[in-house]
Design a protein around this ligand. Sequence first.
Ligand SMILES: Cc1cc2nc3c(=O)[nH]c(=O)nc-3n(C[C@H](O)[C@H](O)[C@H](O)COP(=O)(O)O)c2cc1C
Length: 188
Amino acid sequence: MNEVVKAILERRSVRSFSSEPITDGEMELVLKAASFAPTARNTQAWYIMALLGQARIRALDAKLKEASQLKGFDRYKDFVSSPEYTINYKNAPLFVVVGVDPAVSFCPVEDGTLVLSNILLAAHAVGLGGCWINQLGAVSDEPGFRAYLTGLGFPATHRVIGSACVGRPSGAAPKAPARKHGQISVLR
Ligand SMILES: Cc1cc2nc3c(=O)[nH]c(=O)nc-3n(C[C@H](O)[C@H](O)[C@H](O)COP(=O)(O)O)c2cc1C
């Protein structure tokens, strides 16, 4: 089977990671693949903030937990405040936040999602694994949390589209959820 198609079919959301670090080479390849995602009218108006290592990720996790407790963020409150919850499933050594400048991009959500898709696919292709993490996007415009992101260098102009953790998978490879049927039609 074609290698690219094989990677697409075999990629799964990975939620269990070993504590083994990833190499700079692996990370750079994943980020390079991200930078080759298509963007509407080739604006490439995205920004990727990559946090490497547990210390940085734990600090972001703590800020997320803090922001999630504020009024208006009830959706993830209980989930995120659970001691079991971390944005990187405890061990993933890389966490990426993807933003897009809505003043430049014609399709911010689509552009950013394709960047994240490339990250997850490339991670799989180089023997790593990753998972989209939704909770950060939900609080990304809370002023205190946003100020923290800005302080880390995330551009104030950019809307957070999504985030993902990436690391070295541990345990059994997740199985593909059953595919739904009847959602493709081919007209000739
Ligand atoms: C937009 C989006 C948000 C997601 N958010 C989360 C999340 O917050 N936590 C999580 O564990 N998985 C998250 N996922 C992963 C999905 O649960 C996963 O893709 C789905 O169950 C299908 O499994 P697969 O990726 O292994 O094919 C998200 C996926 C997408 C596309």
